[in-house]
Design a protein around this ligand. Structure first.
Ligand SMILES: Nc1ncnc2c1ncn2[C@@H]1O[C@H](COP(=O)(O)OP(=O)(O)O)[C@@H](O)[C@H]1O
Ligand SMILES: [Mg+2]
Length: 346
């Protein structure tokens, strides 16, 4: 049975099929380093806390990192930044590897197919996704999977636009990045990312208001809404300003890219917005309003909101993996020698 995994800057989510149900497993892509002590030992042994011990140091990884950080008065650290493996975090590789292993588990069959999300190269930074992608590839192979990258925006289209023949504009607003894909009958005609997302909103708001980034993030995730005018001056007012700014920025880039790509004119396409950053009430209305004013050569039939924005990319990766698997099952079975020769040639 094929699998899907979304490797995001803030959350890592796997998806698998169990009968008619899609099963998701999620972990926070973060960790904290604490001093080994009797108290730490007790807390770690009493639970199923994901951790690695190295001499006197203990790394608590995933969802529990935040609790341990609070109790031990430490800061959480993150293996990824701006959508890819962080070059500023020396412990990034072993930590993210542990999270991926926990979220995905062992393959059910040897060489089980897994599609993992990979961002498009950002158009507004020098970052390249190649190293990131190759590293994930080798983790998954070491675990016994047969991995294949899928563009994150394309995964959104697989997840949410099946009923429009996989035609439309899919946008994933994550923590580290925003990924955009325009597809026409499941063929991507334009994909790109920008190195801005929820983290950027939090950092800008923190700088503008003097609050800590963590405080801003929790206000934003708690009850922040975009569907009414917030008072100017506070954190919520600043959040609204940077949300606005992010949407304008993304739409500006879409308009620049579609004009450059010579996208067929006169299309009428649905748009789907997802990712954690699209969560606040009013987000898709604001986006629709802004998009309507932009100069783009096609028209928008509607802007769709998804049920669980944190799961779309993982679900899309699963849909793509399963549809590839189904195609293979329908193909004429090859003689084993021919298959081996074809693999050699790859
Ligand atoms: N309810 C919410 N309201 C606003 N932002 C949210 C909410 N829940 C999560 N987020 C933000 O969404 C981002 C994480 O979304 P996600 O799609 O998992 O990103 P990534 O794929 O980059 O890990 C973070 O910036 C987080 O603060
Ligand atoms: Mg994601």
């Amino acid at each position: 049975m094929a699998r899907g995994i979304d490797v995001g800057t803030m959350n890592i989510v796997s998806a698998g099929q169990d009968g008619d149900d899609t099963v998701f497993v999620q972990q926070r892509n973060s960790f904290v380093e604490i001093e080994y002590s009797d108290m730490a030992e007790q807390m770690l042994s009493r639970s199923d806390v994901l951790h690695i011990r190295k001499g006197d140091q203990v790394f608590v990884v995933g969802d529990d990192a935040l609790n341990f950080a609070n109790i031990f008065n430490q800061k959480t650290r993150r293996p990824m930044k701006d959508g890819i493996l962080s070059s500023e975090e020396s412990s990034a590789i072993p930590m993210i590897k542990l999270i991926i292993e926990q979220v995905l588990g062992e393959p059910e069959t040897p060489d089980e197919r897994v599609f993992y999300s990979s961002p498009a190269d950002p158009i507004d930074s020098e970052l390249s996704t190649l190293y990131h992608q190759k590293t994930l590839d080798s983790f998954l192979e070491d675990m016994g999977y047969n991995p294949e990258p899928i563009n994150e925006g394309m995964a959104v289209i697989y997840s949410e636009l099946a009923d429009s023949n996989f035609t439309g504009l899919g946008i994933s607003f994550g923590a580290g990045m925003t990924n955009v894909c325009l597809a026409y009958y499941a063929v991507p005609v334009m994909t790109f990312s920008v190195a801005r997302g929820g983290d950027w909103i939090d950092e800008q708001t923190a700088t503008a208001t003097g609050e800590s980034v963590d405080k801003v993030t929790s206000i934003k995730e708690d009850d922040f809404r975009l569907d009414f005018t917030t008072d100017v001056g506070g954190v919520e007012g600043a959040l609204a300003i940077y949300y606005d700014n992010l949407l304008d920025y993304v739409i500006e880039q879409i308009s620049a890219e579609v004009n450059e790509e010579d996208v067929e004119e006169g299309l009428d396409v649905p748009v789907v917005v997802t990712g954690g950053t699209s969560s606040p009430a009013g987000f898709e209305n604001l986006f629709e309003e802004r998009l309507a004013n932009a100069s783009i050569p096609f028209s928008i039939s509607n802007v769709k909101r998804v049920n669980n924005p944190l799961y779309s990319v993982a679900r899309g990766a699963l849909v793509a993996a399963r549809s590839e698997e189904a195609q293979h099952e329908h193909e004429e079975p090859k003689a084993p020698e021919a298959e081996a020769a074809a693999e050699e040639a790859e």
